[in-house]
Design a protein around this ligand. Structure first.
Ligand code: SF4
Length: 280
């Protein structure tokens, strides 16, 4: 996960910091907007996918726990050794915490993460026969597993669309797109699942994360070349970026058309895997 990504457990516990949904549009308009954004993202990022390496739901669960406050690339560097030394939940549950800490040290917060990995595997062994459960309610009872991690495991590991993963990137971009005005992950997810077609819940987060890394950057969004620009009210976007788009949207003869065209999708189609350090 991105270093700025809040801990999933804390996210879940935090109260909403913003007023209840303030979107002024009708429900029909909000759903239409969500569908349009989801459709456009699929056209722009057809290859978006989880960037954590895993071979089973258990490996995905453990890798996702490790990805809190850490890049996926870094996680992928330590998990081969972790999975080699402790290939099952039962083996990891019985491991010495200091040994696990040593293997995962470079992912940061290694003591807390090692404790969570062991606790999670002990819970799997004691309550689920060593297997990863397939319901959100069961998953979030495991140490180190919040709603976000559970959604990742259910969506990516089991293909079950139970929710939308909301991390820092997803939240920021969705607020700019006015798909939500919530700053808490749980509230934002509630808004998103109401407007994004369920068939796209799993891939939606991956696409937004790719978009956030390539175009809708946290500090300087590249609105002028954004393939979503015609759908985006740019809520809260720094004025400079907004003005740049406004100039380029003026009629022919009164302004410059952006190279690549706002509506033609200045973003290149994604044809391969995009390195990123966030939600898988
Ligand atoms: S138009 Fe700007 S704010 Fe909106 S999604 Fe694109 S880059 Fe982000």
């Amino acid at each position: 996960m991105n270093p700025s990504t809040p801990d999933p457990q804390r996210e879940q516990a935090e109260p909403a910091k913003t007023p209840p949904r303030a979107l002024q549009k009708s429900r029909k308009a909000r759903v239409g907007h969500g569908e349009s954004v989801a459709e456009r993202l699929s056209a722009l990022y057809p290859a978006s996918r989880c960037s954590l390496d895993f071979r089973s739901p258990l490996e995905l669960l453990l890798a996702t726990i490790l990805s809190a406050q850490c890049t996926d690339r870094r996680v992928n560097q330590v998990t081969p050794e972790l999975f080699r030394r402790w290939p099952t939940a039962a083996r990891l549950a019985a491991a010495r915490q200091e040994d696990v800490e040593e293997v995962i040290r470079s992912t940061g917060f290694f003591r807390a993460k090692a404790k969570n990995l062991l606790g999670c595997c002990q819970g799997l062994v004691e309550r689920h026969g060593g297997e990863v459960p397939v319901t959100l309610e069961e998953l979030v009872t495991l140490p180190g597993v919040g709603r976000k991690t559970a959604n990742v495991v259910l969506g990516v590991g089991f293909g079950r669309a139970e929710g939308i993963v909301v991390d820092t990137h997803v939240g920021r971009i969705c607020r700019r797109l006015d798909l939500t005005r919530r700053t808490d992950a749980v509230g934002a997810e509630r808004d998103l699942v109401a407007v994004v077609p369920r068939g796209q819940w799993i891939v939606f987060s991956h696409q937004l994360i790719d978009h956030g890394r390539a175009v809708c950057l946290a500090r300087r969004p590249r609105c002028a070349g954004c393939g979503l620009a015609d759908l985006c009210p740019q809520r809260g976007v720094p004025a400079a970026a907004g003005r740049q788009v406004a100039r380029r949207r003026t009629p022919a003869g009164h302004g410059k058309e952006p190279s690549g065209g706002v509506h033609s999708g200045g973003v290149r189609r994604q044809t391969g895997r995009t390195p990123r350090g966030n939600v898988p």
